[in-house]
Design a protein around this ligand. Structure first.
Ligand code: PGA
Length: 253
């Protein structure tokens, strides 16, 4: 299996530009050299994109935006297009995060359009999915995730090379309540099976699926040991260089 192992940070709406650049530099200077096949991505606020990208220039750390608009340009005050992000030298974008879905009304159709726009601009997409607590409690998590995955139906196998999936159960995000390694593995295997149905076994086997939701230095190794967990999308713990480096190290083993 040659799919990439990935540790991605999601800084959300945290840090000033100066603090963000300092965090990126601390990571750069203290991180172990990444073996081939292990990637690190930093998901940062818009004003941080270019300065953080400059700070990590020459390393294998990639930078991601946390959202983009689905149109290329136009009268959309306050929005930023995928073309603009790519044009600024940024390689990745996080789309469909549960906070975007919950607080900014992003539903499947919009996330689908954004994904298409991002791929067209040449970005790699970290595509987030995950169920709310009530869906988990009523054992409907698989149908919720399957429904969210329909946003990928417009893509073909070639485009899927530029998609990284992130399974983030909403009840585990920022709550300190991690999914158990078994729960994560079960869902990741389900997601991979759905990808196989949509795009074939080869695409399913080659797509990295990250776990997110209170993943930290203490539980990362157990989660990453699961056969279908290819890495993590890390919120809170990505803001502390020491913790984030421990998570990267856990993914290198
Ligand atoms: P958390 O956030 O690690 O703070 O739970 C994860 C995410 O929202 O991507």
């Amino acid at each position: 299996m040659n799919r990439k192992k990935i540790v991605a940070g999601n800084w959300k709406m945290n840090t000033t530009v100066q603090e963000g650049v300092r965090l990126a530099e601390t990571l750069k200077n203290n991180m172990p050299a990444l073996p081939a096949g292990v990637n690190v991505v930093l998901g940062v606020p818009y004003p941080h994109l270019v300065p953080v990208q400059s700070a990590v220039q020459g390393t294998s750390i990639a930078v991601a935006a946390q959202n983009c608009h689905q149109e290329t340009a136009g009268a959309y005050t306050g929005e930023v297009s995928a073309t603009m992000i790519a044009g600024a030298g940024i390689s990745h974008v996080i789309l469909g995060h549960s906070e975007r879905r919950q607080y900014f009304g992003e539903e499947n159709t919009m996330v689908s359009k954004k994904t298409e726009a991002a791929l067209k601009a040449g970005l790699t997409v970290i595509f987030c999915i995950g169920e709310q607590l009530d869906a988990r409690e009523s054992n409907n998590q698989e149908s919720v995730v399957a429904d969210q995955l329909t946003a990928l139906d417009i893509l073909d196998a070639a485009q899927m090379q530029h998609i990284i999936l992130a399974y983030e159960p909403v009840w585990a995000i920022g709550t300190g309540k991690t999914a158990t390694a078994t729960q994560a593995q079960e869902m990741h295997a389900f997601i991979r099976a759905e990808l196989a149905k949509k795009f074939g076994n080869e695409v399913a086997a080659a797509t990295s699926i990250l776990y997110g939701g209170s993943c930290n230095a203490g539980n990362a190794a157990e989660l990453f040991a699961q056969p279908d967990v290819d890495g993590g999308l890390i919120g809170g713990a990505s803001l502390k260089a020491e913790d984030f480096i421990k998570i990267i190290e856990a993914r290198m083993n």
